[in-house]
Design a protein around this ligand. Structure first.
Ligand code: ZN
Length: 282
């Protein structure tokens, strides 16, 4: 409750002029949303129903400061309000649970957003799949792996990446550990990495390990699969198939895409942005 009291200031008077209004450049929310929708191909990338990609909550129509984060959690919204952001861009949006009454935490979150004039733009698989700002390609690059093909087919679209190399699997493990450690992440493996070579790898950030993706990995001859997390049965299946899976954390593996989007908006519109780092433990 303390959190909510801190971030629920009274709405500013429409007749008052604040110093920040005089110096901060203002950009039309509609222009930024249209640019994001076009760049991310929001209307053409398939996704889960609750993802609701695109603008989820509007504001008064202007943007002066952008915040980006992985999750549209109450903690994220509170941080965005303290920052004075009027556009919050997230990978995991507000409506994952589907049609729900606006009560309890859903009410608190939407009330706080509207009271603080914060618009929310959510981009899930469109961000994962993006060729240069996607979570997948950026994580692969950060680990030092160069994608050469798509992976993770979802409703006809490859949302992720795969490639070939010839290095010790322990190198992949240590590099992955180093990358996700910057975001509080750790790495667990399905089988020991020692003594193995990584020749064909695939990568899906977030909850990428499933029977479907393991089947695709098997069919593609993948020996090393880097992902965020997956259900327990995927570890069993991986052991049976002698597949090295690196479970590098859902949150930590999905921190890069939204930051790239923040930088892209600043470059294109000149709007300052901040990354709100709020690890979830997953
Ligand atoms: Zn995710």
């Amino acid at each position: 409750m303390l959190l909510c009291r801190l971030v629920l200031p009274t709405m500013p008077s429409t007749t008052s002029v604040h110093e920040s209004d005089l110096i901060a450049p203002r950009f039309a929310l509609d222009d930024i949303v249209a640019a994001l929708d076009a760049e991310l191909r929001t209307s053409s990338i398939p996704d889960y129903p609750g993802a609701l990609n695109g603008l989820q909550i509007a504001n008064d129509g202007h943007v002066t400061r952008v915040a980006v984060a992985v999750d549209a959690s109450m903690a994220t919204i509170a941080e965005a309000a303290v920052l004075g952001a009027d556009l919050l861009i997230v990978h995991h949006g507000l409506f994952w649970g589907g049609l729900q009454p606006v009560v309890g935490m859903a009410y608190q979150k939407q009330r706080t957003l509207i009271a603080n004039n914060i618009a929310v733009y959510s981009t899930h698989l469109p961000l994962d799949a993006h060729a240069t700002m996607g979570n997948n390609v950026l994580l692969a690059n950060a680990i030092g792996l160069t994608p050469s093909s798509g992976f993770g087919n979802f409703k006809g679209i490859d949302i992720s990446v795969a490639g070939e190399t010839d290095i010790d699997a322990t190198d992949v493990l240590e590099r992955t550990r180093a990358v996700v450690a910057r975001y509080g992440g750790t790495v667990r493996t399905s089988v020991p990495a020692q003594g193995r070579r990584c020749r064909r790898w695939a990568l899906i950030t977030g909850g990428g390990a499933s029977s479907d993706t393991l089947r695709e990995a098997r069919a593609r001859g993948i020996d090393t699969f880097i992902t965020g997390e997956g259900p327990h049965h995927t570890t069993v299946e991986a052991q049976e198939e002698d597949l090295l899976i690196l479970y590098a954390g859902h949150y930590a593996t999905e921190t890069l895409g939204v930051q790239a989007l923040g930088a892209w908006i600043e470059q294109r519109f000149g709007v300052p942005w901040s990354f709100l780092h709020l690890p979830t433990g997953s």
